[in-house]
Design a protein around this ligand. Structure first.
Ligand SMILES: [Zn+2]
Length: 259
């Protein structure tokens, strides 16, 4: 089966009233807040700038983009920040530019409000998720990576505990539509499935190692679960990447999966 890859064909989709996303290799969102708009994440490439500004103008008209929010400040989420500052004098909000309290920062418009909520321990120590309670849409940046273990730091029992806590906290928000930083949109069901996969992967790799298998045999034998075959770029490389990370983490001493 050929699965469609959004990176091959950028799509602008209306997710809710006054809320659009441009799904490609990096996803950008924009939201009509009333008299002005908010943009979430600004891609890795300047080459899409004209296309993006045109798409925003076509959907929300000439309302200014007052605020740009970055889920985190990796290059592939911030590249066009300066272009927005130049065009709209936008304020840039992320965990480096702005002090965001643990309970989050509300941004209020006349039409709706949104919450910028720190969500650390899963990717970097400076991630935020952005919650739109009126339409139950949640932007989660790189908290979820369609099968990837997205943690930037070392994978240990302790960091795994933080990853799981961040997933619990994210799923408890109550989103109906989840917009990851890369790849197609999803729901809590995919986040829950990834948590299950993460636990399963740890168990499989640990058992294989205890049975004396060599790393290359574990790489070959731990197959991607069938129900995840259509996950974005999962069988192409992400599963293999995850198995490799799990092997390294367990070889370095991670034995107990956090309960
Ligand atoms: Zn990132």
């Amino acid at each position: 089966m050929m699965t469609t890859d959004p990176a091959d064909n950028p799509q602008v989709a209306q997710v809710a009233e006054g809320l659009w996303v441009r799904v490609e290799v990096d996803t950008i969102g924009w939201i009509d807040m009333g008299e002005w708009a908010v943009v979430i994440d600004t891609h890795e490439s300047r080459s899409i700038k004209d296309d993006l500004f045109a798409a925003i103008a076509e959907t929300i008209g000439d309302k200014p983009v007052r605020t740009v929010i970055n889920t985190h400040t990796h290059y592939d989420h911030v590249r066009l920040n300066r272009a927005f500052q130049k065009k709209y004098d936008s304020e840039i909000v992320n965990q480096k530019t702005t002090t965001i309290p643990p309970d989050g920062l509300w941004i209020d418009g006349s039409k709706r409000r949104l919450l910028v909520q720190p969500m650390v321990g899963c990717h970097t120590d400076k991630d935020c998720v952005i919650w739109l309670p009126d339409c139950k849409v949640l932007f989660i940046g790189d908290i979820f990576g369609w099968g990837l273990i997205n943690l930037m730091g070392r994978l240990t029992e302790r960091s795994a505990r933080d990853i799981l806590a961040a997933h619990d906290k994210t799923m408890a928000i109550g989103a109906e539509t989840i917009v990851p930083g890369h790849g197609p949109m999803c729901t809590n069901a995919e986040l829950a499935r990834w948590v299950e996969y993460f636990k399963w992967l740890h168990g499989e790799v640990l058992a294989a190692m205890d049975a004396g298998k060599k790393d290359k045999d574990i790489m070959r034998d731990v197959a991607p679960p069938a129900d995840m075959h259509d996950w974005w770029r999962f069988v192409q490389w992400k599963h293999e990447h995850s198995v490799d990370r799990m092997i390294k983490a367990i070889r370095k001493g991670w034995r107990e999966f956090p309960s």
